[in-house]
Design a protein around this ligand. Sequence first.
Ligand SMILES: Nc1nc2c(ncn2[C@@H]2O[C@H](COP(=O)(O)OP(=O)(O)O)[C@@H](O)[C@H]2O)c(=O)[nH]1
Ligand SMILES: [Mg+2]
Length: 303
Amino acid sequence: MGSLFSRLKKGLSRSRDSLAQLIPGRSSKTYSEETWQDVEDALVMADCGPALATRLVEKTRKSKKDLLATLKSGMMEIFSEPKAMVQAENSPFVLLVVGVNGTGKTTTIGKLAMMYRQQGKSVLIGAGDTFRAAAVEQLAVWVERAGADMVRQHEGADPAAVAFDTIQRGVARQYDVVIIDTAGRVQTDKGLMNELAKVRRVIEKALPSAPHEVWHVVDGGTGQNAVVQVDKFREVAGTTGLIVTKLDGSAKGGIVLQLSDTYDLPIRYIGVGESLEDLMPFDADEFVAGLLPELAEEGENQA
Ligand SMILES: Nc1nc2c(ncn2[C@@H]2O[C@H](COP(=O)(O)OP(=O)(O)O)[C@@H](O)[C@H]2O)c(=O)[nH]1
Ligand SMILES: [Mg+2]
């Protein structure tokens, strides 16, 4: 866990460092107009989006308390208490994973499979990205490493049929967890949305209580575009939670705040690397601590 947090912290260091530079003299009681603008700009550059950056700064300005402490509590307010996950009763827990191409769906599924296996659960995965044969092969490698099982069909097979088979087998063989992978790209955008809607419908037909959760995997490095994507996918796939990946890399982190501010969707996990262990349950405290420079002790005044 400790090393995962340090990966996150390293990933967020760019945003954190620029914030640290722009928040000078933390013990001083007054800040110039320029300083406030710098803080706002640093938040925009950290991917918080202009509207949220303005709001955070306005709130912080009004407070008489320490700038950084106020900014921190303003950020924490964005994260509401996450809703309990939907539980499966007398059936496998069915998870549908969606998102555009390359965001890290397949990798994240491998990580989740590993996590559930470590909890002693049996895991069956449906290789629903039938668009490319390589996608199924990639998934097969993760599945094997995690000690899970997989349902696959030929390249170009109907993903809805794969999902249906997977759920049926999952129910018949009493798996604890069933995860359905999906393609993030087909010929057209509209085609993708139709396909996802169909996959979802067929899952419901195979098991009326399913899918219990639908997680949208967002690449933390894609910036503002991610915000638009979440809305689009939610409409057809019925998203219930988000996973933000690549927070170990060039991502600036603020996108996590912006997504939480925009949507009433919990961030369930974050990805902090390419291997099977690099998945962290999302913890708002930990995240904000990684994004903001450390709070100086009272009386201490080092930038
Ligand atoms: N650094 C980093 N890379 C990741 C993470 N998650 C996925 N990737 C990489 O992102 C690329 C695309 O991942 P993939 O799972 O194939 O995406 P998919 O198209 O959504 O299934 C791969 O090179 C992964 O190794 C992460 O949390 N951190
Ligand atoms: Mg994939």
